[in-house]
Design a protein around this ligand. Structure first.
Ligand code: NAD
Length: 380
């Protein structure tokens, strides 16, 4: 990989190579874009086979965070950290703290949090070296694990998609096929059951299936059978790449709306879903609850405010699906455009051309508490 060329063509702002010989730390921090605000994104611990693979991963993930935050209406940019190590063999506290010192050296341009391989203990260790870390446990002033609120956001997004696809704003008696019954899906299914939906669940983990049985969900012991379920909504909540040439033709759902990251194996699979008449809710739009929650934590965590903002996933999904319809493009392309256009408006605003829509963006999530505790939109 020609790294300078890749950074320039991908519009990356900064790449930090973070090493610390005494602790053995080998890591990267990539800041993709800070047009909308400081970059926010987790740090991942992963044993990539080569340095090139590790770099490609952190670059891709940082860029994805720019799009996720921009589309969610957050005043944050995209960044990501990657510690090149094997989480199974453990990463020493000294290495984690050395990584945090590198984060601190960026002066707040990058705010880090948990991602694959990183534990709450790691975040606590980081907080001893930098204040630019979020997702800390509640007793340390953080918002804790984001899975629960992410599940709420997926529920809100699914409702919006069902409204677009079926014209009803209610999931009662709809059948939802859920792939993977982990942390986010458990929260999602709780909301779906309360709304009167019928749930079909599969997982590769027996214990997860037992939990689903206790909730009276229909359980599929064969994980592969989930693609053939006659249902209204298919909710991928496990792995990436599950929407591909082989699976799309098996789907019996009208809507695909789930938590998993990178659901489309290729962008072309988004077009395939569209041609099949299936309403696909882009993953980074519907699973933005976690990052919205973290963005609230940066300004001082308030659960009510976080929940209210995550509830807006409904509006973002509606906007994406309406744009897809109006412009005659698949939803995943409409979602990219939503993010890109917001970034463009912000760049124009920064160049002194603050137009009406840019004002609207700026004020979208600027809410204050009135003395009686109610949430109100703040004056511009
Ligand atoms: P999790 O590990 O708690 O749950 C994933 C579940 O999927 C597990 O129970 C696992 O056994 C199951 N699974 C794995 N392979 C499977 C297969 N082939 N078929 C069926 N089930 C399988 O993870 P999570 O935190 O619930 O996250 C789920 C997805 O949502 C991931 O893709 C994650 O990246 C994404 N996501 C999570 C958050 C968050 O806040 N946790 C935020 C955004 C996106």
């Amino acid at each position: 990989m020609d790294i300078i060329e890749t950074l320039q063509t991908g519009d990356y702002e900064q790449l930090l190579v973070a090493v610390d010989k005494p602790s053995g730390l080998r890591a990267f921090v990539c800041i993709h874009d800070t047009t909308l605000g400081p970059s926010l994104g987790g740090v991942r611990i992963w044993p990539h086979a080569t340095e090139e693979d590790a770099l490609a991963d952190v670059l891709r993930l940082a860029r994805a965070m720019t799009y996720k935050s921009a589309a969610a209406g957050l005043d944050f940019g995209g960044g990501k950290g990657l510690i090149w190590a094997d989480p199974r063999t453990g990463v020493s506290e000294a290495a984690i703290r050395a990584f945090a010192r590198h984060v601190d050296s960026l002066g707040g341009r990058y705010i880090t949090t948990e991602d694959v391989g990183v534990t709450p203990e790691h975040l606590i260790a980081m907080s001893k070296e930098t204040r630019h870390v979020v997702g800390l446990p509640a007793h340390l002033g953080g918002s804790g694990n984001t899975s629960h609120i992410t599940g709420f956001g997926v529920y809100r997004g699914m409702k919006a998609a069902v409204h677009e696809a079926f014209g009803v704003d209610c999931l009662r008696d709809m059948t939802v096929a859920v792939q993977g019954f982990g942390k986010v899906a458990s929260s999602l299914v709780g909301h779906l059951l309360a709304a009167g939906a019928r749930i079909v669940v599969t997982d590769v983990n027996r214990e997860a299936l037992e939990r689903a049985r206790l909730l009276n969900c229909r359980v599929l012991d064969d994980p592969d059978a989930i693609y053939d379920v006659q249902c209204d909504v298919f909710a991928p909540c496990a792995l990436g790449g599950v929407l591909n040439e082989k699976t799309i033709r098996r789907l019996r759902a009208k809507v695909v709306a789930g938590a998993a990251n990178n659901q489309l194996l290729t962008p072309d699979d988004g077009r395939k879903l569209w041609h099949h008449g299936i309403v696909y809710v882009p993953d980074f739009i519907i699973n933005a609850g976690g990052v919205i929650n973290l963005a609230v934590e940066v300004g001082g965590y308030d659960e009510d405010i976080a929940r209210e903002r995550v509830g807006h996933v409904y509006d973002t999904v509606t906007e994406v699906l309406k744009t897809s319809h109006k412009r005659g493009i698949p939803p995943h392309e409409a979602a990219d455009r939503l993010a890109e256009e917001r970034l463009e408006r912000a760049r124009s605003a920064q160049n002194g051309q603050l137009n009406g829509k840019a004002h609207e963006d700026r004020d979208r999530f600027r809410r204050v508490r009135t003395p009686d505790g109610a949430l109100e939109q703040a004056a511009a």
